[in-house]
Design a protein around this ligand. Structure first.
Ligand code: DX5
Ligand code: ZN
Length: 217
């Protein structure tokens, strides 16, 4: 599997999500940021919006749940049609059980780590996961500055994943742009979320392909 680009729809026009998805036909996934005003200080969208977009978009949905109690709420996002569901380990009461439930329902299970959350305690959980998301900003808002302090953790996560040998993707999210994507790729990331870089560009479609070639180096 080569690298993948998953534009964050948080930076798209919420009044025209179907049209916005069509503007990035070269994207591998649509990254949907679910925020609940509790786990993060912002409120965005929930399962009904994902269900509506999943029905009309060509790309599969990559749901990023920045919510409390994902144990309770994550299954609804699989039912809504998300192909990948990411929960935050800081918020999950039983991450192993939750990852198994997401997989059993037929979606890819992913676990996200905030900038200050270490990866090491979760090494034994890797076989339960299809993807690890290393946040490169504090979650809650688009358009923030990339945190270079997260790069060593991406490297350590890459080593752990390679050691386990499974097909586990390594995603980065936050401040990813043409300026920062090569650093992430060099550290070992292979799935790149980009919100403002894509939808802030004059030509979002062209930015997706530029990010893809920069991240593939
Ligand atoms: C931040 C979200 C990100 C955000 C990325 O909490 O998880 O997905 O939309 O936006 P940019 O690429 O602008 O940092
Ligand atoms: Zn996100």
């Amino acid at each position: 599997m080569g690298i993948q680009i998953t534009p964050s729809m948080l930076a798209a026009d919420f009044a025209n999500l179907e049209a916005e998805a069509a503007r990035i036909s070269g994207a591998d996934w649509l990254h949907m940021d679910v925020m609940d005003n509790h786990f993060v200080p912002n409120l965005t969208l929930g399962a009904p919006v994902i269900e509506a977009l999943a029905k009309v978009a060509a790309q599969p949905i990559d749901a990023h749940l920045m919510i409390q109690d994902p144990d309770r709420w994550a299954p609804a996002y699989v039912e809504a049609g998300a192909g990948s569901v990411t929960f935050h380990v800081e918020a999950a009461a039983a991450p192993v059980r939750l990852a198994r439930e997401i997989r059993a329902m037929g979606a890819r299970a992913a676990m996200a780590l905030n900038p200050a959350t270490p990866i090491e305690p979760y090494e034994d959980m890797l076989p339960e996961l299809d993807m690890v998301l290393i946040m490169t900003v504090e979650p809650g808002f688009g358009g923030q500055k990339f945190l270079d302090l997260c790069l060593p953790k991406i490297r350590r996560a890459r080593k752990m994943i390679d050691k386990h040998g499974g097909d586990i993707w390594l995603q980065v999210d936050g401040g990813v742009s043409l300026e920062t994507i090569e650093r992430c790729a060099e550290a070992g990331a292979d799935v790149f979320v980009a919100g403002s870089a894509v939808f802030g560009a004059d030509d979002p479609e062209d930015m997706v392909s530029q990010l893809r070639s920069a991240g593939g180096r």
